[in-house]
Write a protein that binds this ligand. Structure first.
Ligand code: CIR
Length: 259
């Protein structure tokens, strides 16, 4: 069974307030309609790849709540409710609790520090936790302990300075291969993995999403798309112009697991 054979996902409809989503650099707000269309196409792409998608209702009080990945970690049979590091996002975790309780036999809760799911890369060789401005050292260590409770091995690595999340700069392409920016690869955080580096200027492509036999990739990163196709991956392009304005990519909009 491939590590990417997800068949279930949770997403959340974007709220109108998504136009006020957090961003490190303001290049202009995304339009609500644009984000909604990107989200709809994303859900369709997941469904076309055999994933059954549960859609939660929009939360106007939380502009970034469409990025459900940051609220939890999910595995077959178990989930961990996280504690987002961004103050305006902290309350999103409680809003995810009922959905986790419905879908997982075991739900653990992070009680110390902060951690966001965007900082966590789950691989067959362990779960890499990126310490970042959002995931504190205390949160990362507490998360590694919770992972041990559900039979997973956690490794704390560093997210490059100035990068929002570890997975802003990497994604798992298959059981042995990680798509990675050069700045993250320079720190050597993934020993034993084959790395495919994003070309210079296409760092934003690193947040791709492997589902089944396909790799979802943000449209516009032509050189990365060509590299992945040459390496034998089946690439599906999705528009992310709106969510990119609020520092998000393709992994952020779902929690995915194999039921
Ligand atoms: C934030 O700054 O929290 C959101 N605007 C973007 C979150 C992206 N999430 C992710 O990469 N997992």
């Amino acid at each position: 069974m491939s590590f990417h054979a997800f068949n279930r996902a949770i997403v959340r409809t974007p709220s109108r307030s998504v136009v006020n989503g957090l961003r490190a650099v303001d290049v202009g707000a995304p339009s609500y309609e644009g984000v909604l269309a990107e989200h709809r196409d994303y859900v369709r792409a997941l469904e076309s790849l055999g994933v059954s998608v549960e859609t939660l209702a929009a939360l106007e009080a939380f502009p970034d709540s469409v990025f459900v990945e940051d609220t939890a970690l999910v595995f077959t049979g178990a989930a961990i409710l996280l504690r987002p590091g961004a103050a305006t996002r902290r309350g999103e975790a409680a809003e995810m609790a009922a959905a986790l309780d419905r879908n997982f036999e075991r739900v653990l809760r992070l009680e110390a520090g902060t951690a966001e799911g965007g900082d966590v890369l789950t691989t067959p060789r362990g779960v890499f936790i990126g310490a970042s401005a959002r995931t504190s050292a205390i949160g990362a260590a507490a998360l590694a302990s919770l992972l041990a409770e559900i039979g997973q091995r956690g490794f704390v690595v560093n997210t490059p300075p100035g990068v929002l999340h570890l997975k802003s700069d990497c994604s798992l392409l298959d059981d042995e291969t990680i798509l990675c920016t050069a700045r993250l690869a320079a720190a050597g955080p993934f020993p034993g993995f084959r790395l495919i580096l994003t070309p210079e200027g296409e760092e934003g492509a690193a947040n791709a999403l492997r589902i089944g036999d396909s790799v979802l990739l943000s449209k516009g990163y032509r050189r990365t798309a060509a590299l992945l196709e040459q390496a034998g991956y089946n690439v599906k392009l999705l528009t992310t112009d709106g969510i990119a304005r609020i520092d998000a990519g393709l992994s952020c909009m779902s929690l995915r697991w194999r039921a």
